[in-house]
Design a protein around this ligand. Structure first.
Ligand code: IVH
Length: 670
């Protein structure tokens, strides 16, 4: 054997190993070696190919990037048109579609398959003799653009199909190129840091990245792909979509595992609702589900129109984005003094809810997005979170815009100079008596999971603060019926009810009180931890940061914040006033950190019907257990409520015990 022969054998081994690891990593999501080990193999191959240029090959894992920048994309005719899909937006329209197809098939109940509809860019990949030879965009459906060199840089596009699975000699597959949400955020962070404009959304980022004349630019972008279609699938030995989705991964092609075979409209609706509930948890944007006939033979019977098949439909999710105009930009001062800019909008309906204000988060974000009064903007409302301004739709070149928004230097409510603490981005109003801060702290104090004072709404609190009836939370307990009756919208009945709920809230618990005080960094769960460890407020007030940090679940930031809060003389005075005005709470019997759940860690996913996640966490803590936010091999139980997310899959993968709500309630004795 010559040296070159030995090198050739080694090169082939390395290529086979690298493709297999690539496949395990990108397609199966089950890597078998570390990144460092992969890199070492990769370097070996680069080195050998450098020393023996005859051994270089275009389908080598080292040959992803290499093509020179092009001056334009070549046109590529598709051998079968790339169709688009018709949309439906309601259960009624879906039912109509299903009925229509059923009639086309001669009144049979066909098997369906439903998949998430990915919001990316559709592409076609051609493999000949197992080798990736051409990739193109959809274009107008008949003719696309040749983006082969760019697609070669996408790690989840195999340059060679897995020969052990015997893929067809020639196969044309189609799918969607996307950028995951996490990767999108990181990409935008990098771009902003480098002074480049951020992408408006992952779809734009994916499209902009794939349609680059210089493939090295594409290679630097975190593109990913999901395949969902094979052209002339029956010639490739496939008869149904579910078989196709099971076969592609064997060939080395990545599919979205969240597909679901459906036997009826009800099954399809259930899948739709399931996906609506989970869409925020997915790592990619999906804008609906695609419902397809599962059997290719039945698809042929149903047929197609010029641009769309009769056998498939897109059932779109309610839109989460809408376009509207910024009427004004206001700043709000929160309980901790943090100043938040808010866009006041021309009211617009977003997924069924009228939105008239949207968060701009903070000054830095506002500057980055450069939102101005009079701008047209995209607003987005996802799940339960506050609507936000996604991006400004810039007017045509030359058109005038308002001036850039300048954050005020002083508090709009009390006139105090705003300050920045250390490295913090946010400006804060330092005035403890700022009416806005007082109002927000009272609303927090009265909240359902805090002191639970029924009937104390924003309008009332606003008036109480404005008229000086309440300067801090303890003043609530000194209010009289006469005072309340001077407020707008308060009659005898309302005053009586309010006084009763204030009186009722006097008997509380230490965890509730600690949460209600609004100590920076202390949420419900931390409040429960602190109460359980300290046992009494008196003890907590004199604990050192070191002692606080000894509490499991309390980190250095929280302990510093708690210690600082209790070292203020204003805190001691407030506590004294609350006590003087009759607020009481029993000491907690210390050592509940030893309990039936000691040493057990719980992670929650999905919604519980009987309690909030915070309450459930507090219940675990009260019995000696701990809570975590992500599932690891150290997790003992995953509690799965309605619409559980990926944490449930993770738990199953790791073999972690899964409790449903009923089992959890039984465990914590509720
Ligand atoms: S099947 C005959 N499945 O949606 C049409 N398309 O609006 C075959 N899309 O052009 C398409 N996710 O780019 C199919 N799971 C999925 C999809 C999907 C996204 C895109 C595709 C298509 C567009 C139609």
């Amino acid at each position: 054997m010559t040296e070159e022969d030995r090198a050739r054998a080694r090169v082939e081994d390395l290529r086979r190993a690298l493709s297999e690891h690539n496949y395990r990593y990108y397609v199966l999501d089950r890597p078998a070696i570390s990144d460092a080990e992969y890199d070492a193999l990769f370097r070996d191959l680069v080195d050998l190919e450098g020393r023996f240029p005859d051994l270089q090959a275009s389908d080598s894992p080292t040959a992803r990037v290499g093509a020179a920048p092009a001056s334009a994309f070549k046109a590529v005719p598709h051998e079968m048109p790339m169709l688009s899909l018709d949309n439906v937006f309601s259960d009624e329209e879906l039912t109509e579609f299903v009925g229509r197809v059923r009639r086309l098939l001669g009144d049979v109940e066909p098997p369906w398959i439903a998949e998430p509809k990915l919001d990316g860019l559709s592409v076609e990949l051609v493999y000949e003799d197992g080798v990736f030879v051409r990739g193109s965009t959809r274009g107008d459906g008949m003719v696309g653009e040749d983006v082969t060199a760019n697609l070669r840089t996408v790690r989840s596009v195999p340059l060679r199909l897995r020969p052990e699975a015997n893929p067809p000699l020639r196969v044309v597959v189609r799918g969607e190129v996307i950028i995951g949400r996490g990767a999108f955020r990181r990409l935008n962070d990098e771009r902003t840091a480098a002074g480049e404009p951020a992408f408006a959304n992952p779809r734009n980022a994916a499209a902009g990245s794939l349609r680059q004349l210089d493939p090295t630019v594409t290679a630097s972008r975190p593109l990913d792909i999901f395949l969902y279609d094979v052209v002339k699938a029956e010639a490739a030995g496939l008869t149904t979509q579910h078989q196709l989705l099971e076969t592609l991964p064997q060939w080395g092609l990545k599919v979205n595992p969240l597909f679901r075979p459906c036997g009826s409209v009800d099954d399809i609706r259930a899948f739709f609702r399931d996906m609506v509930g989970r869409r925020d948890e997915l790592d990619y944007d999906a804008d609906g589900i695609v419902v397809k006939l599962d059997r290719f033979a039945q698809r042929a019977v149903a047929g197609q129109r010029s641009r769309s098949p009769r056998w498939a439909i897109a059932y779109k999710f309610p839109a989460q984005e809408a376009i509207t105009m910024v009427r004004d930009i206001a700043v709000y001062v929160g309980r901790t003094g943090a100043v938040t800019p808010v866009a006041l909008l021309e009211p617009v309906s977003v997924s069924g809810v009228v939105v008239s204000r949207a968060s701009l988060h903070n000054e830095e974000e506002l500057r980055r997005k450069d939102v101005r009064v009079g701008d047209r903007v995209v607003v987005r409302r996802a799940g339960e979170v506050i609507p936000e301004v996604v991006t400004v739709i810039l007017p045509d070149e030359g058109a005038l815009r308002g001036p850039a928004f300048a954050m005020p230097e002083t508090c709009p409510m009390c006139g105090f100079g705003l300050v920045r603490r250390g490295e913090e981005v946010v400006r804060r109003c330092p005035n403890e008596s700022c009416p806005s801060r007082v109002q927000e702290s009272i609303l927090h104090f009265a909240g359902r999971n805090a002191m639970d004072i029924d009937g104390l709404g924003v309008r009332l609190v606003e008036q109480m603060v404005e008229r000086g009836l309440v300067r801090d939370v303890s003043d609530l307990y000194a209010l009289t019926a006469e005072q309340l009756l001077t407020l707008e919208l308060v009659g005898d009945k309302k005053a009586e009810n309010l006084l009763r709920s204030i009186a009722l809230s006097r008997q509380t618990t230490l965890p509730r009180l600690l949460f209600a005080l609004g100590i920076p960094q202390v949420g419900e769960v931390t409040a429960a931890l602190l109460a359980a460890e300290a046992g009494s407020l008196e003890r907590l007030m004199c604990m050192t940061p070191e002692e606080l940090q000894g509490i499991p679940g309390v980190g250095p930031e929280v302990s510093a914040s708690v210690a600082a809060y209790f070292s203020l003389s204003a805190t001691a005075e407030l506590v004294r006033r609350l006590k003087d005005r009759g607020v009481t709470w029993p000491d907690v019997i210390t050592k509940p950190l030893e309990g039936p759940l000691s040493g057990k860690t719980f992670v929650f996913t999905g919604a519980l019907s009987a309690m909030s996640r915070e309450q459930a966490g507090a219940a675990v803590v009260a019995l000696g257990g701990a809570t975590g936010s992500s599932v690891t091999s150290k997790t003992d139980y995953v509690v799965a409520g309605a619409d559980p997310g990926s944490k449930l899959d993770k738990a199953r993968k790791l073999g972690v015990s899964v409790l449903d709500e009923e089992a959890f309630m039984a465990l914590v004795g509720h």
